[in-house]
Design a protein around this ligand. Sequence first.
Ligand SMILES: [Zn+2]
Length: 241
Amino acid sequence: VGLRVQLLEAPAALLCPCCGARPGHFLPIPDSYIEECRARGVRHPLDAWETLNLHAYLCPGCGATDRDRLQTLFLQDRLQPGMRVLEIAPSPPVSNWLRSQLEIFYRSADLEMPSADDKVDVTDMRLYAAGAFDVVICSHVLEHVADDLRAMREIRRVLTPGGEAALLVPISLLVEDVDEDPLVADEAERWRRFGQGDHVRVYGRGGFERRLSQAGFKVERFQPREPSAGLSASATLYLGK
Ligand SMILES: [Zn+2]
């Protein structure tokens, strides 16, 4: 009877979309991160961040975060042979999955990472022609960029008509528009107010969507209902078309 009860209560089988592992569970967010947020006095409680799944954050197989898994589900849904994909600030679990897709053209770009294919400033991607890509993915970049509107316009420029940008930023449910102040340069104050010492703002849902619209995008949300990927109920990928 004990065994039967255990089986009935077992959670849905998990599958990491990035590496294909079938872990018994995804790992929670590290205690060290929770401690650091507490020590820094971050104003936004951890459960106020959209998408963030505190209890099932990391894949034990490949280290994919919940947002890596969300992006890969989107790519699995969208990619067709021959498509051209640009990943800005490449994340290894996503890049490795993309590089294993032999029928697409993949490029990664970053200003600083030596592992990226191209050294590119997201606010000035003149290396790429207009319409060079069918899909651009850009996760947790724009909150670091002083002129995020210019970066959004650049992403739109390099997209082909009909292409899609998949965009993620930290979104606090406590923020309605966008909380930003270019005069806040103090690292400790940035931690408290924006959640990390090198972030220059924190977005709310509405504010992020409005800014993307301002950059010329038509905005949609990708919210997969895929229990095996270990995503939070609030997991949302913003699509700019
Ligand atoms: Zn994995």
